[in-house]
Design a protein around this ligand. Structure first.
Ligand SMILES: [Zn+2]
Ligand SMILES: [Zn+2]
Length: 285
């Protein structure tokens, strides 16, 4: 899928989220999410002709598909160097049994508590550092939540059998899945796409209400050991984008380009002033 199409798809999903938030009586948040990525500022590099669009406003909502994309890009960028340094990266996934609606807050508490106990086990001595990312999936068929942890390990060999046994113990028998794998290409993305299948959640107003309540103010990513604070969010220093082609500061060409213009007219037919530059599109950031 092209960048602009996936951007528009993400925008539509944000609009859906805004509708649901309005139905839940949260007009303020709904307004923010609804405005996210609606208007873009058009920048051009006068040195080499590269151009890009930057969103005028980002809502930062946890379930906003557009902000999720941006968060993934930023995290990958800030983690890049650290991740490449790890000699033996492994991905571990641990979970507890799925729980019916109404028990999400409890199951989150239990999941993190079980993980804390795991970290104090002898087997965890082989782990030098880890990045843990919480993912919560919702199954609209069985009306149940399935929270689980994706854990990037900087560790030497860990036998699966011992790990599995330890997880069953620390979860008091409620742990039902442990996967460990060597990292393949693209695993970084896997690690941090921590809220997936938002569409499932948007179908069910009560489930959405519970999700928002149970996760309010909670962190979805935690870091330990050698990876402590890796990829901590950094604030953007400058408002003016720098050209990805030549590094020169870019010039503002037009404000408030509507996303529908990006979608309906397609970028190669958007005429902005005398601009005759190529039709490259840079998604967020
Ligand atoms: Zn957003
Ligand atoms: Zn340039």
């Amino acid at each position: 899928m092209s960048l602009e199409r996936s951007q528009i798809k993400a925008f539509r999903q944000s609009q859906k989220l805004a509708d649901r938030l309005r139905e839940l009586g949260n007009a303020g948040k709904a307004g923010e999410v609804g405005a996210c990525g609606k208007f873009w500022t058009f920048y051009v590099c006068h040195e080499c002709g590269q151009f890009c669009y930057l969103a005028k406003f980002r809502c930062g909502h946890r379930l906003c598909a557009q902000c999720g994309r941006k968060r993934v890009y930023r995290l990958l960028e800030s983690l890049g160097g650290v991740l490449n340094e790890i000699k033996n990266p492994k991905l571990l996934t641990v979970s507890l049994r799925s729980r019916p609606c109404g028990e999400l807050a409890d199951s989150l508490r239990e999941l993190w508590a079980a993980f804390a106990r795991l970290r104090h086990r002898a087997i965890w001595k082989k782990v030098n550092g880890s990045i843990v990312s919480l993912e919560i999936t919702y199954n609209p068929g069985s009306l149940s939540f399935h929270p689980h942890l994706h854990i990037l390990l900087d560790a030497d060999y860990i036998p699966w059998v011992a790990l599995h046994a330890a997880w069953v113990q620390v979860s008091h028998g409620c742990g039902n899945a442990v996967y460990i794998q060597k990292c393949r290409t693209g695993w970084q993305r896997e690690l941090i796409k921590y809220v997936t299948k938002v569409a499932d959640l948007l179908q069910d107003l009560e489930a959405l209400r519970e999700f928002l309540r149970a996760t309010k103010g909670k962190r979805f990513i935690r870091t330990y050991g050698t990876l402590y604070n890796a990829g901590a969010e950094r604030e953007d220093v400058s408002e003016v984008p720098v050209c990805s082609g030549c590094g020169a500061p870019m010039h503002l060409e037009q404000e408030c380009v509507s996303i529908t213009l990006l979608g309906v007219n397609r970028l190669d037919r958007v005429k902005v002033g005398e601009c005759e530059y190529g039709n490259q599109f840079h998604g967020p950031p």
